[in-house]
Design a protein around this ligand. Structure first.
Ligand code: 5GP
Ligand code: MN
Ligand code: MN
Length: 320
């Protein structure tokens, strides 16, 4: 972190009492890991912290310490500082976008290349594996409280955003932070079992159904699958139970781009894209007002799932 920003943020934190923390819709492990770790740390520092719930918390992460602190407050609170984590633009916050207007200082901490620098203070580092990695560095540099609970949340954020320390966003810094976290004494094996080895039966059934009906296009370079509302009904699965399918589709040898289309309503489709070597997933999603990273991005298309499929395939053909 640059010295001026560090000083500015440190002053803001010292002079604040009431702090809000918020992140994006459709939360992932980095979202939940970063809001909880920063929230617990600032609370241990003696601040009054509200962690705002933008959306459901995926069941994989319900074991995390202080997870019940993620709440929807009844009244509109005013914060001295609002930390916005892992969110490339205010639209990603859904209804919680309203808190941006009422807060003294907005601190935007993120690692998406598509981040719009919407904060009063912006700590945006696309070379960081995850927002949780940035939070760890911030806690170290500002000498904020750090304990096993905080470290556990950071570990979950880093592990999930790096595909278990596998993607090209992993650097020596990522491993060095993981090493420090293990030294603090977290039970990494137990955490890994909880996030990766407790898939619900419903989720497994949905996975099998969706993968079975997936298609290969563009000389097997594109793999595409659809999650219909009917599939959720038949398997008794929730929309978030489709997490992990798009990564599986990408992992076939010939595949460069994988696409998962999720039917939200008759005219709204959520799209997840993953790429492997040379296609920019962020650019593809930019065509539809979405974004993300080089190898993982998403967007929402206001069309039915079949029309959305045709539109996205047309765009992908220009990049493959
Ligand atoms: P996922 O496919 O898992 O929903 O998202 C992959 C990545 O793209 C995540 O880093 C997520 O934050 C980002 N992303 C997903 N959907 C959107 C979107 O609609 N807009 C933007 N800007 N980013 C998105
Ligand atoms: Mn995220
Ligand atoms: Mn992230």
């Amino acid at each position: 972190m640059n010295r001026i920003i560090k000083q500015k943020l440190s002053n803001e934190i010292n002079n604040s009492n009431c702090i809000g923390i918020v992140s994006h819709l459709n939360p992932d492990g980095d979202n939940i890991g970063s809001i909880l770790s920063l929230g617990i740390s600032l609370e241990k520092l003696g601040k009054t912290v509200t962690i705002l719930k933008s959306d459901y918390v995926p069941s994989d992460f319900l074991f995390l310490p202080y997870v019940n602190k993620i709440i929807k407050p009844e009244d509109n609170l005013k914060f001295d500082i609002l930390f916005v984590l892992d969110s490339s633009d205010p639209e990603r916050l859904g209804d919680n976008k309203k808190y941006l207007l009422d807060s003294g200082c907005v601190v935007n901490i993120d690692h998406h290349i598509s981040n719009t620098n919407f904060g009063d203070i912006n700590i945006v580092d696309p070379r960081s594996s995850s927002t949780s990695e940035i939070i760890f560095k911030l806690i170290e540099e500002l000498n904020l409280p750090l304990d096993i609970d905080i470290a556990t949340c950071i570990y979950v954020g880093i592990s999930t955003d790096t595909g278990r320390f596998m993607y090209e966003n992993v650097t020596s810094s990522t491993h060095s932070i993981a090493s420090k976290i293990l030294e603090i004494g977290i039970d990494a094996y137990d955490v890994n079992k909880k996030i990766y080895q407790k898939r619900s039966l419903e989720r497994t059934k949905l996975f099998i159904k969706v993968v079975a009906s997936s298609k290969l296009l563009c000389s097997n370079k594109v793999s595409i699958a659809k999650v219909m509302l009917e599939d959720l009904n038949e398997t008794n699965a929730k929309p978030e139970d489709s997490d992990g399918i798009v990564e599986f589709l990408r992992d076939t040898e010939t595949v460069e781009v994988s696409v998962l289309l999720k039917e939200v309503t008759n005219n709204i489709t959520r799209v997840s894209i993953r790429t492997k070597d040379y296609v920019d997933a962020n650019k593809i999603c930019n065509h539809f007002g979405g974004g993300g990273h080089l190898r993982a991005a998403g967007c929402t298309i206001e069309k039915n799932i079949d029309e959305s499929e045709s539109l996205i395939i047309e765009v992908i053909k220009n990049y493959i």
